[in-house]
Every structure is written in structure tokens, then in C-alpha cells.
Design a protein around this ligand. Sequence first.
Ligand code: ATP
Length: 265
Amino acid sequence: MSDRVVIDADALGKVFDASGQKSVTALHDINLTVRAGEFVSLLGPSGCGKSTLLRVMADLTSPTSGRIEVNGKNPEQARTSRDYGMVFQQPGLFDWRSVLGNVELPLQLAGVAKSERRSRAREMLELVRLSDFARHFPWQLSGGMQQRVAIARALTGSPKLLFMDEPLGALDEMNREYLQGELLRIWDSTKTTIVFVTHSVAEAVFLSNRVVIMSPRPGQVATTVDVDLPAPRTAEVRTAPEFYDTVTEVRTALHAVLAGEEAVA
Ligand SMILES: Nc1ncnc2c1ncn2[C@@H]1O[C@H](COP(=O)(O)OP(=O)(O)OP(=O)(O)O)[C@@H](O)[C@H]1O
């Protein structure tokens, strides 16, 4: 990890104007800094603004107040200079393109020569351990394998930043745990900064350096928990006392958020 700031949000706000109905304050006074090489998870109850915050970072929606910088640029500049990759809950692959064809697509759209993009796509398939499936089509792969293709595709332009919105949310428990391990391995070998949205306390703790817990109505940062677990985070970490302690700390913070929500309701 370095001191270089990759995400810098200052008093960030987002109000959705729901034509005719009451407007929704999805984000209110968000102050968040993410440094190069960090793995930061956004966790919180449904509707607390996790996806909106990620979407603001990725320039998929604009903030209505405050300021945000991504790689020292405004989100639009960061997007147009391809500073980040993005992975969603659904892999979003094109069924008529081969696995290799899907992974090389961002480079193809960027006008990169065929031989160069092919070799880069093959490297990425090796990274996600799917080299043997380069000529398969997405529909011939399991859900977990498809998500690995989506991760390879997001990394194909060598972004130093990855936004992931519940990328493992649609997978069964065993596959999910396996891919968590894979994601840590990829994070370690690429040194990419990752901002990760999840609903799972255990997933957030296992993967992250820092868990940002958000509260809803309006969506804001309730608290942040630093995760200090032994490295490398192998499967054994899940049974370590420090893991349970941190899960309990995050769960307690989350319950405090939920209790506050009930008190308001
Ligand atoms: N395009 C939109 N138009 C109007 N309101 C929206 C829009 N997108 C999100 N919202 C509202 O903003 C709030 C935050 O939504 P968001 O999807 O960011 O929450 P979340 O924490 O990611 O939820 P979940 O965990 O259920 O995915 C919610 O009240 C939601 O209804």
C-alpha cells in the first residue's frame, strides 16, 4: 500500500429527484479516502447508497453536491482515460463471442492491434486460470467461471483501480469462498486498488483492509473498521480468532446502524 490517494470524496452528496414523488437523498456528506493498493469494502443495509457511491466513482451517475477525485481526476476524465475496470453482480458477457473474444473486447474498442490485444487477453485468462477455456463460449461455463472471465475483462486494460459491485453475490457459498481466495491472489499479483460492494460481513472482513459501514436515509458513512488479519489470507484465516473478532466488530457496528434505522422508522 502507498500513500497515494486514489479516491478522494469530500462532502459528497447525491439526491435523486423522483419526478413528482419525494426526492431521495442516496448519499449525504460522504468523506472517503482510498489509497493505492487498498482493498476497501462498502457494507450496509439495502438502500444505504453503496451502489450509488460506486456509480459516482465510476462516472455512471453524477453527484449533486461535494467533490470527488478518481486518480487525481474528475470521474469523467478517469473514465475516458480508462483508469479503472468495473465488475458487476452479473458477468454481462456476450454469448456470441468466445471467452477470449470477451476478454479482448475493451482493447478492441480502444483500437489496440489484434496481436497485442490477443496476447494481453491470454495473459489475463492465465491470471484467472481459464486458459483452457479461451475458445469456449460463456454459456458453456459455470457462473463462477463466467465471473472470472468478467474479472479478466475488467483487468485487461491494466487498470490500477477496480470497482466491484457485489461481483460474487449470485454465486453459491462454496464457489463464492473459492473466488474470494482467487480475488485476493489476483489483487496481490496485480497490486490493483479495489473498491468492493457487498452485503456479506464475512466476505468484507476476509477480503478487505478496511470496511466502510454505511447507514441509510440518507446514505452516509456510519463508521469504518480496519481489518488487521494475518497475511496471506488463506482459507485458514476464516477460522482464526482474529477473524471472528473482526466479524463481530463489523456485525456490531452494522446492528447499531439497523437499530438507528428502526428508531427512526
Ligand atoms: N436511479 C435512481 N432513481 C431514484 N432513486 C434511486 C436511483 N438509484 C438508487 N436510488 C435510491 O437511492 C438509494 C440508494 O440506493 P443504492 O442502490 O445505492 O443502495 P444500495 O445500498 O446499493 O442497496 P442494495 O444493497 O439493495 O443494492 C435507495 O433509496 C434507492 O431507491
